[in-house]
Design a protein around this ligand. Structure first.
Ligand code: AVJ
Ligand code: FE
Length: 438
């Protein structure tokens, strides 16, 4: 499967690029142009910035770096450089207007499909196994998730629609938590062709035996923490988390509102009740950490999460996904913006790990206890600004992907990261505890 022939690689790259572009088109055509240039939150770019940035990155990596061609519009590069202009300042830039941004991204794409047809997909690290094409498809899908977050922050009537996930859980899990046996496993990868630099290389990690929640923490469980005064009890909180919730008066996940004695949440322009068995969404690392302490538990480390998601106890091998090596299908996980909500806790039994852990992939990003750090032997590729500049104690790792993540940008090794205060992202969590000493 990871050893596709040349024609298979080209087809996979075309499909990944086209899938991403269809999603970008949906996210940028469902609102009026005025909404594309508006800033819906200081945390986010105007949607039209993401659109032209997607085209500009594609131009830089596939038209210039892979094909060795001249810049198409060198004067706009700096405007779409994420490091030169923080998100809050982007609306004041002389951005390409929506029609221009669309035409630019489409022009780049036409050229790039020609490049893909005429480039040998081996002999250079950037093109081996069509890596740069896969990287750019993942980049666009990551910005599509970012744009979906912008849509969630936008006020006004709904612009996006999707069928709700199934509300009943077939074959619900019997156990609350599972024991993951201690010992070594292989973390990261050296042979997943489109894995990004921070997922590499494969290396051995040892974890101690631990117990992990079978399913993500639900709204119902989280409300028990709230009802027990969790947001008002300093004992559970990291000092910086306590300062944040006091300063901003935070008493519930983002987008929740109390009305007539019950909790409601706004999602993509629609207000509805908080559903008890749905995984909790839009919580910060601090909120996840506080809940875990209140519950007498802790967040899993990143290595624990990956062992639970990839280690096959029968063969000792680390696999691509909890269910094995097969690409994700609709029965495995809630991915790809098929739905605009997480599915109820316990869904997707087909996607369970060998030990019976469910929903590790899809539904909600899961905060881990770990800082975002390089693996031993890490090498920045192809650019330091993807991962390397973010390594350090400020960022916490999230794993597993949300309903807003496309399968091309999701696997057992994929690492996401964000600041521990962030909660506009599609973040949830599950908890763990040490196993009793034998
Ligand atoms: C991996 C999601 C943290 O959005 O900041 C997009 C992905 N990097 N363009 C981000 C990314 C460059 C990145 N995250
Ligand atoms: Fe980007």
């Amino acid at each position: 499967d990871t050893r596709l022939g040349d024609a298979g690689l080209r087809e996979r790259a075309v499909t990944a690029l086209s899938t991403a572009r269809e999603r970008t088109a949906l996210l940028t055509s469902c609102v009026e142009d005025a909404e594309l240039t508006a800033q819906h939150s200081p945390l986010m770019s105007p949607l039209v910035w993401d659109l032209a940035h997607i085209g500009n990155q594609e131009e830089q990596w596939l038209w210039r770096a892979v094909a060795g061609r001249e810049a198409l519009r060198p004067e706009i590069d700096s405007m779409y450089d994420a490091f030169e202009h923080p998100r809050a300042s982007r609306p004041s830039l002389p951005l390409l207007a929506p029609a221009e941004a669309r035409a630019y991204a489409a022009d780049v794409r036409d050229r790039v499909l020609g490049v893909l047809e005429s480039t040998r997909l081996e002999g250079r690290p950037l093109v081996d196994a069509a890596f740069a094409f896969g990287m750019i498809a993942q980049h666009e899908q990551q910005h599509d998730e970012t744009m979906l977050i912008t849509h969630q922050l936008r006020t006004g009537p709904a612009a996006l629609f999707a069928p709700a996930p199934p509300t009943t859980v077939p074959d619900p899990p019997q156990e609350r938590e599972v024991l993951v046996p201690g010992g070594p496993f292989t973390m990261g990868t050296s042979d997943e062709p489109w894995a990004l630099d921070n997922e590499r290389p494969a290396h051995t990690r040892i974890v101690r035996s631990f117990l992990l929640d079978t399913v993500p923490v639900t709204n119902g469980a989280y409300q028990a923490f709230m009802a027990d005064g969790g947001y008002h009890d300093e004992r559970w909180w990291h000092p910086e988390g306590w300062a944040q919730i006091r300063e901003h008066g935070i008493e519930a996940p983002l987008f929740w509102r109390r009305e007539g004695g019950q909790w409601l949440r706004r999602r993509f322009g629609v207000t509805g009740p908080v559903v008890e068995d749905e995984p909790v969404l839009h919580v910060s690392w601090y909120e996840a950490d506080a809940y875990a302490r209140w519950a007498g538990r802790r967040l899993p480390t990143e290595a624990e999460w990956e062992k639970a998601a990839r280690h096959d106890p029968e063969t000792g091998r680390s696999r691509r996904y909890p269910w094995g090596d097969a690409d994700p299908g609709p029965g495995h996980a809630n991915l790809g913006q098929r739905h605009l909500d997480p599915a109820p806790a316990g869904s997707y039994p087909e996607g369970a790990s060998p030990l019976g852990v469910r929903q590790l992939i899809g539904d909600v990003w899961e905060w881990t206890a770990s800082d975002f750090l390089p693996y031993p032997g890490f090498r920045a590729f192809p650019y330091k600004e993807y991962s390397e500049v973010f390594f350090g104690p400020e960022y916490k790792v999230l794993r597993g992907g949300s309903f807003a993540v496309d399968p091309v940008a999701c696997r057992g090794t994929f690492r996401n990261w964000d600041l521990p205060v962030r909660r506009q992202i599609f973040s949830g969590f599950r908890t763990a505890r040490d196993a009793e000493p034998a």
